[in-house]
Design a protein around this ligand. Structure first.
Ligand code: NAD
Length: 305
């Protein structure tokens, strides 16, 4: 199979000064794309002294290898400026990788408003601002690819990460809606929950595990998802250490009762087991999937209270 190429395309990678973002930037530049390397060079917890250097180092590395790249040092909360860098330098934007991120880990008991707000700002508002600024360009050219970055912490919860978990699951709902709104314009959005060695994980995982989780190994999945020939849209993936899998919602067969005055706590309790009976599950993909159930309930007789 010939290698996937991105010639003539413009890729914006947020948080590309290190970790996963740097690997994305190097890869897409090596496969023919022009890359906007965004990073404000902040600390892991956000804030700290902004250093332009991290983005510059990546840009220099790309240029030394004969690739095309430009640095941008804005925070993702000013996503319009990042997209503007793509338009000013290359005249277009084709692929947006919303990757920038920080952590403010603290037990929920000790969490401060600032811990919550900063995480929401960088992950949720930052992803929104970049996608919102790219959107009119995507619609006009009838092509766009977005990959948003969630986390296992968002999908399953994680001790000390109530803020980060909330922001990361927000990426899933955000992506699902972009996928639905973008489909008819050939704009595809997918979301990944990566696991990789980076400054985010180096203090919480042992060295042998980290060695098996090179950030480079997230790149091939992202490369497939954003390729012009990819049909994938609105999907959730986990990836790390050579493993890739898709995740989806599963609904139990559930309890369906008549919704009238016989619909009481006692009526529910009598049949509680079927609420969490996953023997014959369904895999809903939209609100419409619920409406059939509603019609069935309306046709039923009164409940046993
Ligand atoms: P990293 O800390 O190495 O890289 C994140 C980059 O984002 C840094 O270079 C940082 O300077 C930049 N950044 C932070 N705030 C920014 C802002 N406001 N504007 C622009 N740039 C900003 O971390 P990483 O492991 O490469 O993480 C990349 C993404 O993957 C993050 O969204 C993270 O939450 C997510 N993630 C990582 C893992 C993992 O195992 N490494 C797991 C789950 C999710």
């Amino acid at each position: 199979m010939s290698e996937l190429r991105y010639d003539g395309q413009v890729v914006v990678v947020t948080g590309a000064g290190g970790g996963l973002g740097k690997q994305y930037a190097l890869f897409f530049a090596s496969r023919g794309a022009s890359v906007v390397v965004n990073d404000l060079g902040g600390g892991l917890k956000g804030g700290g002294n902004s250093s332009r250097k991290t983005a510059d180092i990546v840009v220099d590395e790309i240029k030394a290898a004969g690739g095309k790249a430009v640095a941008n040092y804005d925070s993702v909360t000013n996503g319009d400026k990042i997209i503007e860098t793509a338009i000013q330098n290359y005249g277009r934007i084709d692929i947006l990788l919303n990757n920038a991120g920080i952590l403010r880990d603290v037990s929920f008991k000790n969490m401060k408003d600032q811990d919550w707000d900063l995480i929401m700002d960088v992950h949720v508002k930052g992803s929104y601002k970049c996608a919102r600024a790219a959107w009119p360009h995507f619609r006009k050219q009838k092509f766009g690819r977005v990959v948003n970055t969630a986390s296992a912490a968002g999908l399953f919860g994680s001790f000390g990460q109530a803020n980060y978990s909330a922001a990361k699951l927000a990426m899933v709902g955000f992506t699902e809606t972009l996928a639905k709104e973008g489909a008819k314009y050939n704009i595809h959005a997918n979301v990944i929950a990566p696991i990789a060695a980076s400054r985010m994980t180096e203090t919480v995982m042992p060295p042998d595990i980290l060695a098996a989780l090179k950030p480079d190994w997230i790149v091939p999945l992202v490369a497939v998802l954003v390729h012009k020939d990819s049909e994938e849209n609105g999907a959730i993936f986990e990836a790390g250490g050579g493993h890739i899998a898709k995740l989806r919602w599963e609904r139990s067969s559930g309890l369906l009762l008549k919704a009238d005055d016989s619909y009481t706590p006692g009526a529910i309790l009598k049949k509680w087991d079927s609420v969490s009976d996953f023997k014959t599950p369904e895999y809903p993909t939209g609100v419409a999937d619920f409406m059939g159930l509603l019609e069935k309930s309306m046709e039923m007789g009164p409940n046993d209270k």
